[in-house]
Design a protein. Structure first.
Length: 496
């Protein structure tokens, strides 16, 4: 699959026939799977192939769930064919100029005299976009010049004006197509609106919330596979007069890998239980899970490759593909830096809302003292900031706080599921949190750096003088280099 950049048709059919492609299409009350069961399936698929898990996850969480939860009876008529895998669904939100930032979204849907809509815009890096029969599209809606807000639309792929662009040749997840889609004045009927007019972010947030939790499950499957591979190899590998697994450094790494597996597994199970009981997981917790799970996976896969040496670098042994596939987990459903900054800002500036959501999720009357204490320290630091450069500093502090709080939140879930404070995973997690606190304390006590002209501009000028403007990176001639990465050639200056 990876080499051919395609999923085998018989595999897709088999996933559909077994109900895996459409496992979110049937409500639990009607005999469908629980959320926790779906997360376990995602975990198992990821242990086999991260691409398979991503493919199934996109179709279910981003494609089917919005239709099932927000669709009309007319729109939900598609669910049986989605459940059987006869039709695939995609979610079109990201754009070339905005990424997943809704403030930069340029796609428009203008209401027509007959109540229908005229959709125009370009969506970018859409998973399974070319394969999907139905696409959930986010666009800014207008009635004349009146803005109605972001709105979700259910768009059949075969409508006139839906133009599927070429595939993006990605680093990983190669077997799952990613492409851009142009909507060139696509006429939609009035009943194409998914949810309420102006309620597009309700649809998007629901899908992305489940997507983040799903990434936690995918990461868990990959982490378990890495641990299995690392233990198997180090038990068999002879170094000098002993086995590799008997080395102290190797044992320390395996312990860390096992602790990450356990910590994330408890968090994923907590999310599954919450979704199956009251149907909600706090946004901050899903973001914290996604941050730690994706970063842990990247760290662990990289260490596994290092542990295997040349065997890890060999494509035949599977870890190389896992490394490529795992990299995107730090980007999908919000990059780590964006999510951590959001969690930190939420704790700093909407503290009551942040606390109330988590208290309910953790079944506690108030947040732990350690969590409220670190928030208070950051608030005090922000209050002391000078006016000059304050916004930049707040953004930096929000990111740092979000990173620390993410570990706090998963640690609290662990404590409730593993009461013994001497448990190895709890001891390891507490040590990580102490190290995070030390780092945060250094940052809070450090003087606010003065704003200077960026030195990188001077360095880039030197680099361009010494090495030229750089290659166009046209490894694939038909696609070329992204416009934001191409060298800008001044008049009378050529490439070296």
């Amino acid at each position: 699959m990876d080499e051919r950049r395609a999923l085998s048709p018989d595999l897709v059919l088999d996933l559909g026939n077994k109900g895996i492609l459409g496992m979110a299409a049937i409500d639990r009350a009607d005999g469908g799977l629980t959320f926790d069961q779906q997360l376990k399936i995602e975990e198992q698929l990821a242990a086999i192939d991260i691409t398979l898990a991503a493919f199934v996850g996109v179709n279910n969480a981003l494609g089917i769930v919005p239709i099932r939860k927000f669709g009309t009876e007319w729109q939900r008529r598609h669910l049986p064919e989605l459940a059987a895998g006869r039709v695939l669904a995609a979610f079109a939100f990201t754009e070339p100029g905005a990424g997943s930032d809704p403030r930069g979204m340029e796609s428009r849907a203008v209401r027509q005299a007959d109540g229908g809509w005229l959709l125009s815009g370009t969506k970018w890096l859409i998973g399974t976009g070319k394969w999907a029969g139905l696409i959930v599209v986010l666009a800014n809606a207008f009635d004349g010049n009146k803005a109605l807000g972001a709105t979700a639309f259910l768009v059949p792929n075969d409508l006139e004006g839906v133009v599927q662009g070429e595939e993006t040749l990605t680093l990983g997840l190669r077997a799952m197509v990613q492409n851009h889609i142009d909507f060139e004045n696509v006429l939609l009927p009035s009943d194409a609106v998914l949810g309420a007019v102006g309620g597009g972010f309700d649809v998007a947030n629901e899908a992305m919330q489940l997507g983040r939790i799903g990434i936690g499950a995918i990461a868990l499957g990959a982490l378990k596979r890495c641990l299995q591979i690392a233990v198997r190899y180090t038990e068999r590998r002879q170094i000098g007069d002993g086995r590799l697994i008997d080395r102290a450094l190797v044992q320390e790494q395996l312990l860390e890998n096992a602790c990450r597996v356990s910590l994330i597994e408890h968090a994923v199970r907590a999310c599954g239980t919450a979704l199956d009981t009251d149907g909600t997981v706090p946004v901050a917790f899903s973001m914290a899970l996604k941050i730690i799970a994706s970063e842990s996976t990247w760290n662990t896969v990289d260490r596994t490759m290092q542990l295997l040496g040349g065997r890890g670098y060999d494509e035949a042994n599977g870890v190389a593909q896992m490394l490529r596939d795992a990299r995107v987990l730090r980007i999908f459903e919000g990059p780590t830096e964006t999510l951590a900054t959001y969690v930190g800002a939420l704790a700093l500036f909407k503290t009551r809302h942040f606390a109330a959501d988590l208290q309910s999720f953790l079944s506690e009357p108030e947040l732990p003292t350690a969590t409220t204490g670190i928030i208070h320290l950051f608030k005090e630091a922000i209050a002391r900031l000078p006016a000059s450069g304050k916004s930049r500093r707040i953004e930096r502090l929000s990111f740092e706080l979000g990173d620390v709080l993410s570990w706090h939140l998963l640690a609290e879930t662990l404590k409730r599921r593993v009461p013994d404070p001497l448990d190895a995973v709890r001891v390891w997690t507490d040590r990580i949190i102490r190290e995070k606190h030390v780092r945060a304390d250094r940052l809070l006590k450090a003087p606010v750096p003065e704003h200077h002209s960026p030195i990188w501009h001077l360095l880039v000028q030197e680099i361009e003088t010494d090495f030229g403007l750089g290659p166009a990176f046209k490894a694939y001639e038909r696609q070329g280099t992204d416009a934001l990465l191409r060298p800008v050639i001044p008049p009378a200056v050529g490439l070296r």
